[in-house]
Design a binder for this molecule. Structure first.
Ligand code: SF4
Length: 555
């Protein structure tokens, strides 16, 4: 009897990942088709020549929901649409006929003249709205497309722009807010930031990436640019033979699959830094996964390749030379938010100001520009902690500056809780939001300040409170001591109300003076928005009771 065997099924071919160098450039989804059909940067001409003249209804939907982002423009959420089941709404029902506009501020560096122009644009064209974002941008709202060319003209007249402030592009370059002025700086990152911006930003060859690409550069020992959550970061360090330069990190990112960046173990000189940046962004462009948008960040490629291969491909295919091994930068010993008054290396002072949850207004920004000039300063910096710093204040001007800034709602000596709180855009303007964030946080901080007025001095260190309006992580919820992720929850009466999933125990080196860690979700722990102050009070009291024994927030 002959035995019959079932023939082995041929292996199903793996689906292509959409890596250009391996699978070719054929688009595998509608986003990739949109980008292949026309580079996002090209929409500027249509905005100037057609849409701004013929109004909102003339905008091609593919431009409106795609390419507008390449110039920092997103439609904002229609007013009054509740959080939650927005998936059933069409984009037209969910979105307003107005835009949010992000002004790109590489390294956070602003002159008073530039700040005044942003303030005036806000007052004239944005209903006096302005938010300091946690990526050193300023975000305006209520922008009408008919005003966009005039806004660009005013920004560009003072050297500002909105180029690639959003979209699948190299986003704003985070830079140390005290670059070039700090007494203990290891290396001034300003030349590297300026050169990357000059060579690569707004260039079509880097304007079709798999998704966004985030950069951070600092030479400050506090590592003040949240480097662990960027696609590429250059962190100041000193090589025993080559002197001051940078330690190279890649592959950080938050959102649904948070991952901290990793060191490639390579030392990068100031001269090499722009080329290394070009190499990493090129790897992302050429090898990054494009088929599935939720796997299209560099962190997924790093997870599959590992650091050794990433470094090898960088050196072999893009640089053409080997980078030397580099030393691990020292752990920060101070918080990197630059709050308060600090002496600069030239004997003047810089003053870090907190606006509650980053919320300011055009009027406030214009007044701050006037105030800085009246105290002899023409330079400011935004920070990745939603703060703004005035530089170059003479010692005898500090007291008056601090007092007058306070009358504008900008506090040099905020309570620990106000200093710690950052919030994303939330339901007020963001189409993805489920709950309110800014007002919730501002309100909660005021209550927490009251409840814990005699307690904050007992905390052994700063803490961070971050509020997100949805499962995305624009306000870095997983990296906070106490993070709140917006969602609808069911209260005791069985009603759906705004609330938050709690994350505890996250940390970044530049804010927490220690090892970076991602916070963990406390299973089942959800807090209604109006219970947030009570919850923070409980956590802080428990923490300060146990912190003497060195326990973390997550313990
Ligand atoms: Fe919008 Fe969500 Fe980002 Fe907040 S975290 S700005 S709600 S996408």
């Amino acid at each position: 009897m002959t035995q019959t065997t079932t023939p082995a099924r041929p292996k199903r071919a793996a689906k292509p990942n959409g890596q250009w160098k391996i699978d070719g450039p054929a688009p595998l989804n509608t986003n990739e088709e949109m980008k292949a059909a026309d580079n996002g940067l090209n929409v500027r001409q249509r905005i100037e020549e057609i849409y701004s003249k013929q109004g909102f209804d003339s905008i091609d939907p593919e431009d409106l929901h795609g390419r507008f982002r390449w110039w920092g423009l997103y439609t904002q959420r229609a007013q009054g649409i509740p959080g939650g089941k927005t998936a059933t709404l069409s984009p037209e029902e969910l979105e307003d006929r107005y835009f949010m506009l992000r002004v790109r501020i590489d390294g956070g560096a602003l002159s008073t003249q530039q700040l005044r122009v942003i303030g005036e644009i806000s007052t004239e064209f944005a209903r006096d709205t302005a938010d300091l974002t946690d990526r050193q941008n300023v975000q305006l709202h209520w922008i009408d497309v008919v005003d966009v060319p005039e806004i660009w003209q005013r920004l560009e007249a003072v050297g500002l722009h909105t180029t690639e402030a959003c979209g699948d592009v190299p986003r704003v370059i985070l830079g140390s807010p005290v670059a070039g002025i700090s007494k203990d700086e290891i290396i001034d990152p300003s030349p590297v930031i300026a050169e990357i911006s000059r060579r690569y930003i707004g260039k079509p060859e880097f304007a079709n990436l798999p998704r966004k690409f985030k950069t951070a550069v600092t030479g400050h020992p506090s590592q003040d640019v949240v480097h662990e959550i960027n696609d590429i970061a250059l962190i100041g360090t000193v090589h025993p033979e080559l002197g001051a330069g940078y330690d190279l990190w890649v592959g950080g990112g938050l959102s649904a699959n948070p991952r901290l960046g990793e060191r490639l173990g390579a030392f990068v000189t100031e001269e090499q830094a722009p080329d290394v940046w070009e190499g990493i962004v090129s790897i992302f462009r050429d090898y990054g996964y494009r088929r599935l948008r939720n796997r299209a960040r560099l962190k997924f490629l790093l997870a599959d390749w590992g650091t050794e291969k990433m470094r090898q491909v960088l050196q072999d295919e893009y640089l053409g030379y080997e980078l030397p091994d580099g030393p691990l930068p020292d752990q920060p010993t101070e918080a990197g938010d630059h709050s308060g008054v600090h002496e600069q290396k030239d004997g003047n002072f810089y003053i870090g100001l907190t606006a509650p949850a980053g919320r300011v207004s055009g009027t406030t920004l214009t007044a701050l520009a006037d105030l800085a000039e009246a105290h002899g300063s023409t330079r400011l910096r935004t920070t990745p902690h939603q703060k703004i710093i005035a530089l170059d204040i003479a010692e005898d001007q500090v007291k008056d500056f601090v007092g007058t800034a306070r009358t504008l709602g900008l506090e040099a000596y905020p309570s620990l809780f106000k200093r710690s709180a950052i919030a994303c855009t939330g339901i007020e303007f963001c189409k993805l939001a489920i709950v309110d964030t800014k007002d919730t946080m501002i309100d909660a901080v005021a209550k927490i300040e009251e409840r814990l007025a005699d307690h904050e001095g007992k905390l052994p260190r700063q803490l961070s409170l971050h509020v997100n309006g949805c499962p995305n992580s624009c306000a870095r919820v997983q990296t906070a001591d106490v993070g709140f992720k917006g969602q609808l929850i069911t209260n005791e009466q069985g009603e759906q109300v705004s609330g938050f999933q709690v994350h505890l125990g996250g940390a970044l080196a530049g804010f927490e003076n220690g090892e970076a860690t991602l916070g963990r979700t406390v299973r089942g722990l959800k807090v209604a928005a109006d219970e947030l102050p009570e919850y923070v009070e409980r956590v802080v009291k428990n923490y300060s009771a146990s912190a003497a024994e060195g326990e973390s927030f997550a313990a």
